[in-house]
Design a protein around this ligand. Structure first.
Ligand code: NAP
Length: 265
């Protein structure tokens, strides 16, 4: 593959919102695409629009990533298609209700999509990236990974998983020429909010970003070599201080004796 050839990007959850904008921007950058979601009509109409506008090849795959068979199908694509150079793990659902008014079966379904599917897709793609000498994974987390008090706690937990898993992937795969980026969007104007239980119109305007600006900032962050990208965060020093505090904790977290303040003789 020459430097000009970008290869194929597989984008999950590309039928609307953030995923559809990633598909558009990546096609414009020269990637061929495989776009995945449940709504085939939407995928097809996006594919024809993108092919007409950019001339790239856009394949659509209808799959429910919350379902074993659908997920296995996309794992198969990621294992077999050697042209894939970029995976955008974007498909996800959220919730805005607290524990006492949430249905635990819906919470489990959220975990299956946001955590299990993202994990299995990553496991499916990485060995091929290693064998081919490189690749990129963009994992869509959320600011609730850092502030789970803001929305439904299980949603926050799933996105904290995405952040921690990405941190570990970066650590394990850096030597293998595999780029990992984790994106932590704030409130973004998509259908996500209506599906999660609070339509975006109910949020204060000043905290809501367009999906276009969110994705453009994230791709700019990727180009600048960022690992964690928080498109809304003006003062990048705050995130650096957070990471510094985490690094300072790390060598102090496991010892034979309990800390002095617990008064264990
Ligand atoms: P969205 O417009 O609702 O898009 C979600 C996408 O995921 C759709 O394409 C949807 O397509 C797909 N999807 C949902 N369930 C699926 C399933 N079971 N199998 C396959 N695809 C499925 O919302 P969005 O805001 O763009 O969300 C994209 C990601 O951004 C999510 O991971 C979300 O957690 C994250 N995020 C969003 C915000 C925000 O404020 N909007 C903030 C932080 C993070 P189908 O319905 O056609 O399957």
């Amino acid at each position: 593959m020459t430097q000009e050839q970008k290869g194929t990007a597989l984008v999950t959850g590309a039928s609307s919102g953030i995923g559809a904008v990633y598909a558009h921007r990546l096609a414009k950058q020269g990637y061929d695409l495989i776009i995945v979601a449940r709504n085939g009509e939407r995928l097809k109409s996006l594919a024809s629009r993108l092919t007409a506008e950019t001339g790239r090849t856009v394949e659509t795959v209808v799959a429910d990533l919350g379902d074993k068979t659908g997920l296995a199908r996309i794992e198969g694509v990621l294992k077999e298609d050697r042209s894939i150079t970029l995976l955008v793990n974007n498909a996800g659902v959220g919730g805005t209700a607290p524990l006492l008014s949430s249905d635990v079966d819906k919470m489990q379904a959220m975990i299956e999509l946001n955590v299990t599917a993202l994990t299995r897709l990553t496991y499916a793609v990485v060995p091929g990236f290693v064998a081919r000498g490189g690749g990129t994974i963009i994992n869509i987390s959320s600011i609730v990974a850092i502030s789970p008090e803001m929305l439904n706690g299980v949603y926050g937990g799933t996105k904290a998983f995405v952040l921690a898993f990405s941190q570990s992937l970066k650590h394990e795969l850096a030597e293998k020429n595999i780029r990992i980026q984790v994106v932590l969007p704030g409130a973004t104007a998509t259908e996500f909010w209506g599906i999660a239980g609070t339509p975006v119109e109910y949020l204060p305007n000043e905290i809501v970003m367009s999906a276009e600006n969110m994705v453009d900032a994230s791709l700019s962050g990727l180009g600048q070599g960022e690992f964690a990208t928080i498109p809304s965060l003006e003062d990048a020093g705050l995130l650096a201080a957070y990471e510094e505090a985490r690094q300072a904790l790390m060598p102090n977290l496991s010892r034979t004796v309990p800390a002095e303040r617990y008064k264990i003789a």
